[in-house]
Design a binder for this molecule. Structure first.
Ligand SMILES: Nc1ncnc2c1ncn2[C@@H]1O[C@H](COP(=O)(O)OP(=O)(O)O)[C@@H](O)[C@H]1O
Ligand SMILES: [Mg+2]
Length: 257
């Protein structure tokens, strides 16, 4: 199955407001898909539907072919265990050190012995360039380091799907690029399916294998960022001219530093 997640006729409303209006879309396995769209269009809602934190009013959300919106709690937790998430705030626990934050998924969700936990955490700290910062608390870290801790923690249980919601909010442009490079490199190394919601357009397109534009309740899928500029849909054309400039070329070389 090439699609890791499939939306089938998904409708999501809040009262009279229709956020998703019979959406049909597929997210490709092992790739990075960026969901772009204006504020309030339903990007975060879409991620919550994928996680089973919200239910659609009608339609199906298939994760590996299983409709997540109709699962009982136990099955839902099983499906969820393959997700890693990194949301805006990073959601680090302020009262825990870097080491404890990174170890948390292992101590909470596995029965690994202490030395196995220590081994895995040590490995993650090296991988995400956090050696020497183990005993610091989140408030003592720069924004970029907080994101690295958040990513390290999100990957501890080796998820097959990573969801990112505005992961670079609050970071300056240089650190944003560093974090995107890290996302790119990590996804290539580990091969998980990655879904990134961001309004960092066009910067985030450098990571994107595929792009989904969410607008007025519909999702339009593009098989490369460049394809967006060939669209004749008036809304997409407006989006492209506003956010992507005249001519856009994604520069994967830039990511591979
Ligand atoms: N729990 C909720 N109750 C009511 N309305 C909601 C809820 N969550 C989101 N919405 C509305 O749905 C729309 C899409 O929200 P959201 O997905 O957060 O937008 P964004 O694309 O900025 O992430 C917004 O108009 C928001 O107000
Ligand atoms: Mg949002």
């Amino acid at each position: 199955m090439n699609a890791v997640i499939t939306f089938v006729d998904v409708v999501k409303r809040f009262g009279s407001q229709v956020v998703l209006d019979k959406v049909n879309v597929e997210f490709s396995r092992g790739k990075t898909t960026v969901i772009a769209g204006g504020s309030g269009q339903g990007k975060s809602v879409s991620l919550k539907l994928i996680l089973g934190l919200m239910q659609p009013d009608s339609g199906q959300i298939l994760v590996d072919g299983v409709d997540i919106s109709r699962l009982g709690r136990k099955k839902l937790n099983q499906v969820r265990s393959q997700f890693g998430v990194l949301f805006q705030g990073g959601a680090l626990l302020d009262s825990m050190t870097v080491w404890e934050n990174v170890a948390l998924p292992l101590t909470e969700r596995t029965t690994f012995a202490r030395d196995e936990v220590e081994r895995r955490v040590a490995q993650a700290l090296v991988q995400f360039d956090l050696v020497g910062h183990e005993l610091k608390f989140p408030a003592q870290l720069s924004g970029g380091m907080q994101k690295r801790v958040g990513l390290a923690r999100a990957l501890m249980l080796q998820p097959s799907i990573m969801l990112f919601d505005e992961p670079t909010t609050g970071l300056d442009p240089q650190i944003t690029m560093d974090i995107y490079r890290l996302f790119f490199k990590t996804q290539k190394e580990l091969g998980y399916s990655s879904i990134i919601v961001s309004h960092d357009i066009p910067k985030v397109f450098n990571l994107a294998d595929e792009v989904i534009i969410l607008s007025n309740g519909s999702m339009l899928k593009f098989y490369s960022p460049e394809d967006i500029q060939h669209s004749t849909d008036p809304e997409v054309m407006e989006f492209a001219s506003k956010t992507m400039g005249q001519v856009y070329h994604s520069s994967v070389e830039m990511m591979a530093v």
